[in-house]
Design a protein around this ligand. Structure first.
Ligand code: DO4
Ligand code: MG
Length: 276
């Protein structure tokens, strides 16, 4: 089932039908048995076709939740970071975190820095090398239970993070630096390893980059990342956790204003943003 946050309230989609879903968003995403709750909505209510319009321009699937992120969870990301930070000594520390027991975790964005599908993301003015990072994103309840999945774009300034690892917060966190959506996939089951994540970038209508990966290349399990994220760190409203990127455009590529970034994850949908 897909759960959308819309200006008409929460909407559950099952088999192409839309169902009005009672409840505040912050309560829904902290319900550890949300899949059962939505199944009961579908079973006990009549579909409302008018709500299918509302999901065409959904709101980002968060209200009070922070967005956290994991890094260097794919071999591709490890290699790209080692190259970009070679002068700063990064030839070593990214490799070490890739292999370490403890993952890299950081606070990526708060709700006011986050946009949803169809909204513009912001290219930091003091960076000349900015790339999208397409990431499977976990919806986690306040008790640390993964209740669903969405798509995330961890927009990142590679020149800033490559210059000095202490600049990572500035490379990652700024106005409209994160996009999530379009909906939460609510399921009791883990996502299959064959699940594909694809990134397409269009400039003036033409495709300038396209690549895919699968969850088989994600080195750490979602549960392992959540376990570390919740160590002595409470999330009273639940949180979203981006799980790292396995796709990195070539080193001579940087986003430009007007570029259209589209991320697709099988079973969840498409997250589309223009760059400003
Ligand atoms: O260490 C820098 C950030 C890594 C990251 O965001 C990723 O691998 O996705
Ligand atoms: Mg990332």
């Amino acid at each position: 089932m897909l759960l959308y946050r819309t200006d008409k309230g929460a909407v559950t989609i099952q088999d192409g039908q839309a169902y009005a879903t009672e409840g505040e968003w912050d309560d829904l995403v902290n319900d550890d048995v949300l899949a059962d709750r939505l199944a009961s909505v579908v079973e006990n209510s009549v579909p409302n076709p008018a709500l299918l319009n509302a999901i065409h321009s959904p709101l980002p699937p968060l209200v009070s939740q922070e967005i956290w992120a994991a890094g260097v969870t794919y071999f591709r990301s490890r290699t790209a970071r080692m190259e970009e930070s070679e002068v700063a000594g990064g030839g070593d520390f990214y490799d070490r975190v890739y292999a370490a027991k403890r993952p890299e975790l950081f606070l990526k964005a708060t709700p006011h820095r986050t946009v949803g599908t169809g909204q513009a993301m912001h290219l930091r003015k003091d960076s000349k090398w900015i790339v999208p990072e397409p990431e499977l994103t976990l919806a986690v309840s306040s008790k640390g239970k993964i209740i669903g999945y969405t798509i995330g774009n961890d927009l990142s300034c590679r020149d800033l993070e490559g210059e000095n690892p202490l600049y990572l917060p500035q490379a990652k966190t700024f106005d409209r630096c994160a996009s999530v959506g379009p909906a939460l996939l609510i399921t009791r089951d883990p996502l299959p390893k064959e699940t594909t994540i694809s990134l397409t970038i269009r400039r003036e209508g033409a495709k300038v980059f396209e690549e895919s990966t699968t969850l088989a290349n994600l080195k750490r399990s979602p549960e392992e990342l959540v376990e570390f994220l919740f160590r002595d760190n409470s999330h009273p409203k639940g949180c979203l956790l981006m799980t790292g990127t396995g796709i990195v455009p070539p080193d001579d590529f940087s986003l430009r204003p007007g570029d259209m970034v589209e991320i697709h994850i099988e079973g969840i949908g498409r997250l589309v943003n223009t760059m400003e």
